[in-house]
Structures are given as structure tokens and as C-alpha cells.
Design a protein around this ligand. Structure first.
Ligand code: THU
Length: 131
């Protein structure tokens, strides 16, 4: 199964009573294993979590901290762009060249990278003087 199909499949599990906007994300760890996440909303709206965050949590819980590929899918008019926070979360475990495939359920796709999604990102190098 492709990474995009894994994202498409897990999207169906999204818990979205408030936005009704289901998102699915799948990431491939350096081991080759695939981890999936869907968005999980909450009546206290800011407590909801994005699909990407769920997939990353599953990867880390399985003992992996490097991701090599990402796919995200939603029923949106154009390939769904990860929110700002998720861009930073993906950057934590990927690198500037890590491929990210954004998709709609109608078949439109946009291939990009973690670096293109978050230019100028904050990284550990910016804390060098704190050591
Ligand atoms: N959402 C994601 O899960 N990932 C994204 O990349 C964009 C937004 C979710 C959060 C919320 O449950 C719903 O989509 C509407 O913002």
C-alpha cells in the first residue's frame, strides 16, 4: 500500500464532530515502517490534535525519531497544507529535503518538502549560545 493510501485509509477514522473536516496523515520512518494519524477534535477546541501530530506520536511511541516521507490527505479544494504547528513538528523529525505529498480525496496532489513548507525554521542551531 502506498503512503498516500495509508493516509487515505486512516482519514476515515478522524474524530471531527466540530469541523467535519477529516484529515489523514501517514509518515514513513527511517526503518521503512509506516505510521498513521488522523485529527482528533475536542469540545474545548484548542485541545484538538492534527493528523500529522497523531502520526508523529505513533512513530515516536514505536521507537523511531527520523521520518523520511510524509503524505497528508483531506477533502479540500486543493491539496491540504499542513498548519504552521505541524510544519514545525515535521521539521523536528525530518530535514529540509524530506518529501511531503499533499493530496485531495479527488486525486489532486502537490509534491513538496519540509524545507519548502517551513523556510527559515527554528532549529537546534539557533540555541548554540545557550550551551
Ligand atoms: N487539520 C489537520 O489535522 N491537519 C492539517 O494539516 C490541517 C488541519 C485539522 C485540525 C482540525 O481538526 C481540522 O483539520 C480543521 O482545522
Amino acid at each position: 500500500m502506498s503512503l498516500l493510501d495509508a493516509a487515505r485509509e486512516v482519514r476515515e477514522m478522524a474524530y471531527v464532530p466540530y469541523s467535519r473536516f477529516k484529515v489523514g496523515a501517514a509518515i514513513r520512518g527511517a526503518s521503512g515502517a509506516v505510521y498513521r494519524g488522523c485529527n482528533v477534535e475536542n469540545v474545548a477546541y484548542p485541545e484538538g490534535t492534527c493528523a500529522e501530530a497523531g502520526a508523529i506520536a505513533a512513530m515516536v511511541a514505536a521507537g523511531e525519531t527520523e521520518l523520511i516521507e510524509v503524505a497528508v490527505i483531506a477533502d479540500s479544494p486543493s491539496p491540504v497544507p499542513p498548519c504552521g504547528g505541524c510544519r514545525q513538528k515535521l521539521a523536528e523529525f525530518g530535514n529540509g529535503h524530506t518529501p511531503v505529498l499533499l493530496a485531495t480525496i479527488d486525486g489532486a496532489t502537490l509534491a513538496t518538502t519540509v524545507g519548502e513548507l517551513l523556510p527559515g525554521r527554528f532549529d537546534a542551531g539557533h540555541m548554540a549560545k545557550a550551551e
